[in-house]
Design a binder for this molecule. Structure first.
Ligand code: CJB
Length: 790
């Protein structure tokens, strides 16, 4: 493919798809014409992959997820198709600024954080590996809210990614299912008949997901909700215009917004309806596809592997049983076994508030037949294990974790530590009954986006050094190790990092009006805001460091830029106060002439996938400081290590495995282990004891209390202070000194620039195991029983 052909196709799309003359084309027009020209080149491998799958009647994976945090797609597709040079040349020949064209694409944020981004990395890896499959989710009209700051406080605004045409998708008006809610259940012969009281249409929108070198492409099928009857003409004719449109509005509400809650059960009926809506539509589609090729539904598990990404699609268990039993006359016991052999479940968190529970009454009202089937599933499990106390329905709630466990043939955690904790905590009783069910599949990240796309400088150096095989076989990065002793390689590695830092510094300058020194250490904490992730530990350490710098200005401080990024759930008051505190501390510290040469705090608003792609390649230090036992895995931690940042972290989630891979000497470890945290909480005075033992922590808390960061307002951070001093569940205080001391080791290490860079390069060379290709191969072998088709 050369630039001339691509240019011709861009001009063709400009004229015939967009109706624009080049002379009047806007940035949007050029971007859309390029998108369509690239999309054309995705379609051929996409059809070929689909045809091959149909021809072989292959087993497919169906990845059901409430979230797909896909971000921008254009640059990724260009990379995967090997079109980078052609696209650059075509843009230059059209006088278009290629970087601006790429940046014009809205960042599709159909997810909140790690769980949604993992789903997007998995789609990339499934296509790269030739694992036939579909992602199934919701086509939210509004993705994750846009964040801005007003006087340091988070402000949320609706996100609008579909205001412009979404160039990647194909609308499928023919792929539509009616999805019912409510109503009643009657007996019809041997089986039950559910007559829903209301219904909406789920309509499919397909986005092809192309793999590396365009060898395979799968489909991301997202469902949009539409009314069964578009418009109430009678009401309109009587002058009731709002009423006439009401039907439509009510139906569309279901796919209107992504719930911005990361880990808490919102308890909203609408959320339950969203979950059922996309799960039921996906199952109908899966069963329809199966029945087009096969006649006996008992063979479903040999042809379909359905993965439940957390409990959000857990209603798939009863719904599949309903389809098999009520609609296809399979005996109930057999229907349960068949559904179980088809389904598997990934647990992403141990936080009790994140394990979904739905009030039984709500479930019975919205999904009456499913409530009955849940009880039947529970009865079946109880009769198989009469001594067990495990219940799906308990205390008036339906527990979706238990339901998912019982209806899945495999249950996986997302890091070694987390999978062990799943066995010993939330599902201990179920694990005792089903000791082979829980397995581990440590998360991973796609190297195409998180190295090749995000870090072109380091990618070029790696390819020059070990050739390009690493992109699809990331463990080959180990071949870099011997080069760490080579001064020429190390100088080039350092140059790449420095150039990334300069680029980020320029971006901070023109986008946020804050200049930062590229020679300072870039210390980055980017993730959702949550008390367990402990952004407040980081900001308390910042305050203590600032104090120390002011007290000892001649101590030879290592210059640092503390960079934060992330959003808090709109209803999570404490997380929002932590955001406010960080912004307040930044204002004071950044204005201090004594310390400004050594310490800056920057917090660009509206962190998203595209911002991560800028920040990660420029980072020196990766903050992975969660309370041990609380972060299931983390995936940002992997992206940083891959891009040559050193981690300061606790023994939590995948940090444990990162440290094993990169070597303990190339990782800054601090804090209590998971069992130590549990033991620490046994002492009700642990926070008071820690504060008493740490003059630095005590002083930092005092500065906040005195209003030093809040214009003298000594009440502003009352809640945070009370929490830390009295109910420090996340053990910020108990880990503070260990963290502070570890940060000073980081300072000292950074001063030895050559040694630091060697450690950074070893992090890159030893992070190959964290490719999501490895993770997907694990699922294919251990959970889905599917072989690659390329
Ligand atoms: N996770 O992003 C979410 N949302 C949830 O509701 C629950 C968990 C995260 O999933 C990631 C992918 O497995 C993990 O890396 C991360 O630790 C976890 O918090």
């Amino acid at each position: 493919m050369n630039a001339t052909d691509l240019r011709a196709d861009i001009l063709k799309h400009l004229e015939f798809s967009l109706g624009k003359d080049l002379a009047h084309a806007t940035l949007y027009d050029i971007r859309m014409a390029l998108t369509l020209a690239v999309r054309d080149r995705v379609v051929t491998p996409w059809f070929a992959a689909t045809r091959a799958t149909y021809a072989a009647k292959s087993k497919r994976v169906y990845y059901l997820s409430m979230e797909f945090l896909i971000g921008r797609l254009l640059e990724d597709a260009i990379h995967n198709l090997g079109l980078m040079q052609a696209a650059q040349e075509a843009m230059t020949s059209l006088d278009a600024d290629f970087a601006a064209v790429l940046a014009d694409e809205p960042d599709a944020a159909l997810g909140n954080g790690g769980l949604g981004r993992l789903a997007a990395c998995f789609l990339d890896s499934m296509s790269t590996l030739g694992c036939p499959g579909y992602g199934y989710g919701i086509r939210y009209e509004h993705g994750l809210f846009r964040q801005s700051f007003h006087e340091g406080r988070q402000v949320e605004e609706a996100e609008n990614w579909l205001r412009q045409r979404h160039g990647w998708e194909f609308e499928r008006p023919e792929a539509a299912f009616q999805i019912g809610f409510g109503g009643s259940v009657s007996e019809a012969g041997k089986t039950a008949l559910w007559t829903p009281g209301e219904a909406v249409i789920a309509k499919a929108y397909d986005t092809p997901t192309i793999g590396w070198q365009g060898k395979w492409a799968n489909t991301l099928r997202l469902w949009g909700a539409e009314p069964v009857r578009a418009f109430d003409l009678a009401a309109f004719n009587q002058g009731d215009y709002a009423g006439a449109a009401g039907l439509e509005a009510a139906a569309r509400t279901i796919s209107r917004v992504l719930y911005p809650d990361d880990t808490t059960d919102t308890g909203k009926e609408l959320r339950l309806k969203q979950e059922f809506f996309f799960t039921a539509a996906s199952l109908r589609d899966i069963v329809r596809r199966f029945q087009a090729e096969h006649s006996d539904l008992r063979a479903l598990p040999t042809k379909a592997a359905i993965q439940l990404n957390d409990t959000h699609p857990a209603i798939a268990g009863p719904e599949l049983v309903r389809i098999l039993h009520d609609e296809n006359d399979m005996p109930l016991d057999e229907a349960i076994l068949t559904a179980r052999a088809t389904l598997s479940y990934t647990n992403h968190t141990l936080l009790p508030e994140a394990l979904e529970r739905w009030p039984e009454a709500l479930m019975a009202r919205v999904l009456p037949r499913h409530m009955q089937l849940i009880e039947r599933i529970e009865d079946t499990h109880r009769s198989a294990y009469p001594k067990s106390a495990v219940r799906i329905v308990e205390g008036g709630d339906v527990k979706m974790g238990e339901l998912s466990f019982i209806m899945g043939h495999k249950v996986n955690g997302v890091s070694a530590l987390h999978s062990d904790l799943v066995k010993t905590t939330v599902f201990a009783e179920l694990h005792a009954l089903h000791p082979d069910r829980i397995i581990n599949q440590t998360n991973g990240v796609t190297p195409r986006r998180w190295m090749l796309g995000a870090n072109p400088r380091l990618s070029a150096l790696i390819t020059d050094t070990i050739s390009s095989g690493w992109v699809a076989d990331l463990e080959r990065l180990r071949e870099l190790e011997p080069h760490v002793a080579d001064a020429g390689f190390m100088a080039a590695f350092a140059d790449a990092k420095r150039a990334n830092k300069v680029e980020l510094s320029n971006w901070f300058g023109h986008e946020h009006g804050q200049s930062v020194d590229p020679d300072a250490m870039y210390d980055v904490q980017i993730k959702r805001f949550h008390e367990y992730k402990r952004q407040h530990l980081n900001i308390l350490e910042t305050i203590a460091l600032w104090t120390e710098m002011r007290d000892n200005p001649n101590a030879g401080w290592t210059p640092r830029v503390k960079i934060f990024g992330g959003k808090a759930a709109p209803g999570y008051v404490m997380a929002k106060e932590i955001i406010h505190l960080i912004n307040d501390v930044a204002t004071v510290i950044n204005a201090d002439p004594v310390t400004s040469q050594w310490l800056k705090v920057v917090y660009p608003p509206n962190y998203n996938v595209s911002m991560a792609e800028k920040l990660i390649p420029a980072a020196d230090l990766s903050e992975q400081i969660s309370t041990a036992g609380k972060e299931a895995s983390g995936t940002g931690n992997m992206k940083f290590a891959l891009n040559g940042a050193l981690t300061i972290g606790t023994l939590d989630g995948a940090n444990v495995e990162i440290r094993e891979q990169v070597g303990a000497e190339n990782f800054f470890l601090f804090g209590m282990t998971a069992p130590e945290v549990v033991a620490c909480r046994e002492n009700p005075e642990h926070q008071a004891d820690a504060i008493k033992a740490s003059p630095r922590l005590k002083a930092a808390l005092k500065l906040i209390e005195k209003g030093i960061f809040s214009d003298g307002d000594d009440k502003r951070y009352k809640a945070i202070l009370k929490n830390l001093r009295k109910h420090d569940y996340f053990t910020v205080c108990a880990d503070f000194d260990s963290y502070y001391d570890c940060q000073r080791q980081v300072d000292a290490a950074y001063r030895d620039a050559d040694q630091w860079m060697r450690m950074a390069a070893l992090n890159t060379a030893r992070s190959g195991w964290f490719s999501s290709d490895r993770t997907i191969l694990g699922y294919m072998a251990d959970v889905w029983d599917i072989k690659p088709m390329i």
